[in-house]
Structure formats: structure tokens, C-alpha cells
Design a protein around this ligand. Structure first.
Ligand code: SF4
Length: 704
């Protein structure tokens, strides 16, 4: 017992940034628990944190670079030889076909990775290609585009002040499982309970009675993709009942008259039957929201990853603004992070990047220097100038996470050259020629660059590595820094992420508190920087320093909404069900399924089907059925439950490890199916380019 030691760090698996306390002896982990002294998470963790030790000890994890030989077998290769070959191939492809012939894909774990957060912008600049893609356009892009047009910067993101609000509407979000998304809020369960304990109310709007809906005061079913209409109904009610209250923001916004003008085209009476919620219920919800001492509407995954994601995020902001619940305690507020991204990506006075370019094949908008991932396969498969001939994929598995993943897998096979930076031989990296594995998890230092900017509280924390990397391992940022060098054929930089972090801390808004890397190292539990404060006006980056309530791009998109729902056209019946995704507590994206403790027990990769639909189709609970969409077919076990509304089915995202050539033993034994073998790459939110995973038309058939 004498050698037991404690290590404190942030769990960087998901957005919640939970503080953890690890008890260990040598390289053996004795326990992983929540750190009660962490000022944000206050001791909370979820089951995934314990799996950090499984990732560390995972025998399937790649520890050295590997290269695919001519007979398709993987062979180890030295770091030096790998980098040399990558540099030669990438430079030669770019010389022959132009810079855009090399594409880049960045996966979600990069957002949770301190070193890559610092070096990836430099890498993208070095690569010099317009063909950049990331998981953002399969997730939260509508939030950023709405913020960009309303507040002048995509990272000025409204965060629900869950700790002080009196009334919370949650549309298409399931924070009980996610612990907040675009709202870093560890221990959501406790935070939601506290709303109720102080007399507040929580209303969840969702096609499924989710884990969050079960804790709420009220759950309202809504058909997928109707959320923007419901939001318009709420806004319209607030306007017509004289409940608009701009409060302190009255002189700081423009577009109020325009908003009044455009909402004239919508009536709650027309909206009600389409969303399947009565006029009385919509009006009652709007009135309660407007009259609450404080209130906030939070719209997330289901409202983002659909064909009207941009409209949903814009209208959510509008609802919060016109009820005086913006930049005010208990409403939607804004962070003031110690490492402030706004400081290094100031957009004021600069030309907006949205739509500056259009994608070559499908004419989709460019935003934040990237194209939508839904068109990545098109850009590889379609011949012509600018066609992607080589890919570098860093910490991403788009074959499982992008719409119509199988088509993307086929596209990767057409490439002349592909590099994956990944710890696993997975569904995407198996298409690569070279895989570079990074040290990760407990081996790396951590500072959360992005999620401190999305947190319900201002805190700051730096974690030192627990075990450090082994001699032949490299940190991910070391790999990226070296890639920059070999791509440009220039000497490698000597800068480290810590140097950059320290300078950002010492010149940030808490510099007067003496914040520095040294101070963070002396405070391993983290430092509390206080509750969110009204600060939007000082952070706005619009050219006129005003909040843009009705940006023209969004106003114009209402026509698409109208023509979809008010044209009287009947939809075809070939695919009568609408499919939605779902997130599971013990699963995160595509890469956590190789930890036995997270996949054991009952199969969670099921199709949830309403009992009335099951009866009509003569399908029993637990039966394997065939699900078919426009792009593919899968077979999956059913879970018959009235938690889902009639006509809607749900499959969780992130599964599908049954493909050949993958080396993740446990994940393959619990393979599940990939929802993205059914989702359609052509279904996007036309405004933002985000993939529309929700609302996909499918057919369900018994195969007995
Ligand atoms: S909620 Fe996220 S950050 Fe917290 S312990 Fe679980 S995986 Fe880690």
C-alpha cells in the first residue's frame, strides 16, 4: 500500500471535462474516481472514464507506425522511414496535381486534444489545400454558422446557464447521456435536479422519451425535422401576446423589425398540425417560457444534424433574445475562457469565410476553411481538376461517422495515397497506406482549449501526463509538427504546446490573477474562475458591434422550410419511417468499443420501434429485422418500446465494427451495425452544409 500514488487530471474523452482522481502503483491503475475538488465537475464521472485504463493497456492499440505492403499485409516501419515516405508522396502529388489534390480530415478527438489544438491550424496552412473536412459538419456546424452571422464569430456560442435558470426547454438534446454538448456541464443529472429543487421546470421536446425526458417535468413528442417550425410557433406566440422583452439588449441589436415582418408568414394554427403539437400547448409553452423569471432554450444534436439545422440554431437564439434571456443569468450566456480562441482568430473587419468558395462537385458552402464532410467522397470519386488523390486523416473514423460511410470507404480505396494518424487499425485507417499511432489518454498532458469556451462555468486546469510516452512513441502534436516539416520540406519547428499555452494564459483576461502554466501545475484540481458573466457586447465581432437578429441568409432559408412543409406535397411512401440517431452513455463516437467494460451486457445497438408499428409489421421485441434506406440495407435487433413515437425508429451512432481488415478484437465481437450505412450523403442542411442524419426515410421489414 505504501507505493500507492494519486494523479489528478481532466478526462478528455468527451466534452464534459470531468476531473478524475487516479490511484495507481507503477503502471497499474487501482481506481479511477471523480475528483470532488474539481471546480467544474465536483466529483462526477461517467462509466467511460474508468475505460481510460483499458485504452492504456489495450493490446490492439498500435504503438509503432505500420505500412501496408504490396500483398496487403501490415508491416512495422520506423518513424523516420514513415515520415520520409509521407513527405515524398504528398509533395509529389501536390506538385503534379496541385495543392488541392491532397485532402485532410480531422476527427472529433482532435477537439479534445491539447497538442493538436495548437498545431493543427499550422498543419492545415502547411498543406495549403482547400479540401479540408472535419467531424464538425457531421455535428455542430449549425451552431457555429448561426453564431458567425449573429455575433460575428463562430466561437461566440451561447451556453445555457443551467445552474441559474428557472425554465429550460431542451430540443433534440439528451444531456443526461452526453453530459452536455455545446454546453459542457458535467453531472447534468444534479444540475437538472437543482432546477427543479429551486422551483424551476424542464421541458424536453424530442421524438423519443430520452433519458433526459424521463427526468424532465414534461416531455413533448415532435416529429423529426419539425423543430424550426415549433420554434417559429413559440416566437410567433410571444410576439402576438405582447411578451417580447429585449431587456438590456434593446440598443445592441438590429433586425427586430425584420423579424416581425418575416414571422407574419407563419401562424401557430398552421404550424400545430405539422409539428403534431396542439395550438394550446405551443402557446402555453411560449407563455410559460416568456413569463419565467429566467429561461433558456437549448437545441442540440437532433436539432442540428437535420435538414434545417441552421434555422433551428438561429431561431433558438432568437427565442432566447426576444424573451430577455440572453447574456443574462439564467438565460443563454457566454464564456470568458483563459485560453481565448477569439484572441487568435479575430474576425472583426475581415471578410467572412462562409461561402467564399463552393465545393467543386456539389457547390456546397465553405465555412471556417472547410467543406462539408457529406461531399468528401464526391471530391475523391469525381475526376477533374482539383480531384482529391491523397488523404491525411487525423484521429477520425469517417467511414463510421459520416453519412453513407460505405461509399466513403469505397472512395478511400480509389486514392493514390492515404495516411491515418490513429491508435487503431479501424474502419477508416485500414484504407491507409501508412498509419501513425500517437501516445494518448493517460500518457499525454491535457488542457481543454475548446470546451472551456463552451462550459457552463469559467474554470481552468492543466493535467500533466500520468505515465508519459514510451521511448518509441510520439505525442500527436509531435506527429503533426513533423508532418508540417515533411510536407513543406522545411526544418521542424521547436515550439511546444506548453509554450503557446503559457503565453496565451499570461496575456489573457485573467492575467491580472497571475495565471500561468506554472500556476496551473501548482493547482492540479483546477482553478475556479467564477460563474458566467454578462459579456457578449464586449466579445461581439460584428462589424457594427450589434447583434444581428435576422441575418439575411437565415431569413432566405425560411422559404425552403415553407416549401417543404406548406406546399401540400405528399411525401412518397417507399420509406415510411423516419430514422433518428441516439447517443449511449457507455459509448462515445466510434472508438470506445474496444473496452470490454463498455460493451459487455445487453446489446445496446438496437432499432427502437414503437409497439403499434411493431404490431402492424408483426415484429416481436428482440427480433432481427431488415432496415432499408435509399442508400443501403442493414439487419438489426429490435427493441420495441413506447419511448419512441409512432413512425419513428432510432439506431445509436458509432457502431459497425464488423468490417474486414479491422483489428479491434472486443469491438469486432460486439460489432453492431453502422447507422451510417443507411444515412444519405445527399441529405444535408443546405444552409450550413451539415449532414442531416436525423429524419432519414427507411423501411422496416421482418425477415423471419
Ligand atoms: S462524462 Fe465525459 S469527461 Fe466526464 S467522465 Fe464521462 S467521458 Fe469523461
Amino acid at each position: 500500500m505504501a507505493d500507492l500514488k494519486k494523479h489528478y487530471r481532466t478526462c478528455n474523452l468527451c466534452e464534459a471535462m470531468c476531473g478524475i482522481e487516479i490511484t495507481y502503483e507503477g503502471t497499474e491503475i487501482k481506481s479511477i474516481k471523480g475528483d470532488p475538488k474539481d471546480p467544474l465537475s465536483e466529483g462526477h464521472i461517467c462509466p467511460k472514464a474508468v475505460a481510460l485504463q483499458d485504452i492504456y493497456h489495450d493490446p490492439d492499440r498500435l504503438k509503432t507506425p505500420i505500412k501496408k505492403s504490396e500483398n496487403g499485409k501490415w508491416e512495422p516501419i520506423s518513424w523516420e522511414a514513415a515520415f520520409q515516405e509521407i513527405g515524398t508522396k504528398i509533395r509529389s502529388i501536390q506538385q503534379e496535381f496541385g495543392k488541392n489534390a491532397v485532402g485532410s480530415y480531422l476527427g472529433n478527438p482532435n477537439a479534445h486534444n491539447f497538442g493538436n489544438g495548437v498545431f493543427l491550424p499550422l498543419y492545415l496552412r502547411a498543406l495549403g489545400t482547400y479540401n479540408r473536412y472535419s467531424s464538425a459538419s457531421a455535428d455542430q456546424l449549425p451552431h457555429h454558422v448561426a453564431s458567425n452571422f449573429m455575433f460575428g464569430h463562430g466561437m461566440i456560442v451561447p451556453i445555457p446557464d443551467i445552474d441559474r435558470t428557472d425554465f429550460m426547454i431542451i430540443i433534440g438534446g439528451n444531456p443526461m447521456v452526453s453530459n452536455g454538448s455545446m454546453m459542457t456541464a458535467p453531472n447534468v443529472s444534479k444540475r437538472l435536479k437543482r432546477i427543479q429543487q429551486r422551483g424551476g421546470k424542464i421541458v424536453v421536446v424530442d421524438p423519443r422519451r430520452t433519458e433526459t425526458a424521463r427526468k424532465a417535468d414534461e416531455h413533448i413528442f415532435i416529429r423529426p425535422e419539425r423543430d424550426a417550425l415549433l420554434l417559429l410557433g413559440l416566437i410567433k406566440t410571444i410576439q402576438s401576446k405582447g411578451l417580447v422583452n429585449l431587456r438590456h439588449l434593446e440598443s445592441d441589436l438590429i433586425g427586430f423589425e425584420k423579424l416581425e415582418e418575416i414571422t407574419k408568414d407563419f401562424s401557430v394554427k398552421e404550424i400545430a398540425p405539422i409539428v403534431g403539437i396542439s395550438v394550446g400547448k405551443i402557446e402555453d409553452l411560449a407563455i410559460r417560457f416568456a413569463n419565467a423569471p429566467s429561461a433558456v432554450c437549448y437545441s442540440r444534436m437532433g436539432a442540428s444534424t437535420q435538414t434545417f439545422g441552421g434555422l433551428c440554431q438561429w431561431l433558438t437564439n432568437v427565442l432566447n433574445i426576444i424573451t430577455g434571456n440572453f447574456d443574462r443569468a439564467g438565460g443563454a450566456m457566454f464564456t470568458q475562457p483563459a485560453f481565448d480562441l477569439l484572441k487568435i482568430t479575430n474576425k472583426k473587419g475581415k471578410k467572412d469565410s462562409y461561402g467564399r468558395f463552393r465545393s467543386r462537385v456539389r457547390n456546397l458552402p465553405y465555412y471556417n476553411s472547410e467543406f462539408p464532410v457529406a461531399t468528401l467522397a464526391d471530391e475523391i470519386l469525381t475526376e477533374g481538376e482539383g480531384q482529391i488523390k491523397a488523404m491525411i486523416c487525423i484521429a477520425g473514423n469517417p467511414v463510421l461517422s459520416s453519412p453513407n460511410g460505405e461509399r466513403l470507404a469505397e472512395a478511400f480505396d480509389e486514392l493514390d495515397f492515404m495516411v491515418s494518424v490513429d491508435i487503431y487499425l479501424n474502419e477508416t485507417s485500414r484504407h491507409a497506406d501508412i498509419i501513425l499511432p500517437a501516445a494518448t489518454g493517460l500518457e499525454i498532458p491535457h488542457y481543454d482549449i475548446f470546451f472551456n469556451a463552451l462550459s457552463v462555468k469559467n474554470t481552468v486546469k492543466y493535467s500533466t501526463p500520468l505515465f508519459g510516452k514510451k521511448e518509441n512513441q510520439k505525442y500527436d502534436w509531435e506527429i503533426v509538427r513533423k508532418l508540417i516539416s515533411v510536407i513543406t520540406d522545411q526544418p521542424e519547428s521547436e515550439m511546444t504546446p506548453e509554450q503557446f499555452l503559457d503565453s496565451m494564459l499570461q496575456t489573457g483576461i485573467y492575467a491580472d490573477k497571475g495565471l500561468s502554466l506554472k500556476m496551473l501545475k501548482e493547482n492540479p484540481h483546477g482553478i475556479d474562475l467564477g460563474a458566467l458573466q454578462p459579456c457578449l457586447i464586449s466579445r461581439l465581432q460584428t462589424n457594427d458591434d450589434k447583434i444581428q437578429l435576422a441575418p439575411q441568409l437565415f431569413v432566405d432559408d425560411l422559404e425552403r422550410l415553407k416549401s417543404t412543409f406548406f406546399s401540400g406535397k405528399k411525401s412518397e411512401n417507399e420509406f415510411p419511417f423516419q430514422m433518428i440517431g441516439r447517443r449511449l452513455l457507455r459509448s462515445h463516437n466510434t472508438w470506445m468499443h474496444n473496452a470490454y467494460r463498455l460493451v459487455k451486457g445487453r446489446n445496446e445497438c438496437t432499432l427502437i420501434l414503437n409497439p403499434k408499428d411493431a404490431e402492424a409489421l408483426q415484429i416481436q421485441n428482440g427480433e432481427t429485422v431488415k432496415v432499408t434506406s435509399k442508400v443501403g440495407s442493414i439487419e438489426i435487433e429490435t427493441q420495441v418500446s413506447d419511448e419512441i413515437m409512432e413512425g419513428v425508429v432510432s439506431i445509436p451512432q458509432g457502431w459497425g465494427h464488423g468490417r474486414k481488415g479491422v483489428k479491434m478484437k472486443i469491438a469486432q465481437e460486439h460489432a453492431g451495425i453502422s447507422i451510417n450505412d443507411l444515412t444519405d450523403h445527399e441529405r444535408i442542411d443546405e444552409l450550413t452544409g451539415n449532414a442531416a442524419f436525423n429524419g432519414v426515410g427507411v423501411r422496416v421489414e421482418s425477415i423471419i
